[in-house]
Design a binder for this molecule. Structure first.
Ligand SMILES: [Zn+2]
Length: 141
């Protein structure tokens, strides 16, 4: 295995920089409308509920429940070759019904993965200069 393979890197822009800054500081930040309080993820320039452009990032609890998942067997990038199989998950954040994010589920045996299970965020440095927000079973050490 070529250990020099670098992970695919996010390319933050003006709309998403806050998210990656938060991740580097081990904070899960979600864009929120300051007019109506609606959370918005992925970040977009306009509130989907009230059409306000007055949006600001807000730190959320880091809790979630597992909404859906798949176990990835095939690496789609050379960096992930020695990391499969892993659990690709959609999680729902408790701050708002339907507020979901795509992540990986870690620290959980694959046969113990269950839709609806309570989770909490954990930040992992997966490569040089790249920290990602993953989720693990709530209460796991
Ligand atoms: Zn709004």
């Amino acid at each position: 295995m070529d250990t020099l393979v670098k992970p695919p890197m996010p390319v933050p822009d003006a709309l998403t920089e806050f998210f990656w800054e938060g991740v580097r500081a081990h904070k899960l930040m979600i864009l929120r409308c300051r007019n109506c309080g609606h959370f918005i993820h992925y970040p977009r320039p306009v509130c989907e509920r009230c059409l306000s452009e007055d949006l600001a990032p807000e730190e959320v609890s880091g809790r979630a429940t597992l909404y859906s998942y798949t176990i990835t067997m095939k690496p789609w990038h050379p960096f992930w070759v020695d990391k499969v199989p892993y659990v690709l998950a959609t999680v729902e954040l408790p701050e708002q019904e339907g507020l979901k994010m795509l992540t990986n589920l870690v620290e959980c045996p694959h046969d113990a993965v269950e839709v609806g299970m309570p989770l909490e965020v954990t930040f992992r440095e997966v490569g040089e200069g790249l920290t990602l927000p993953f989720f693990k079973p709530a209460g796991a050490v």
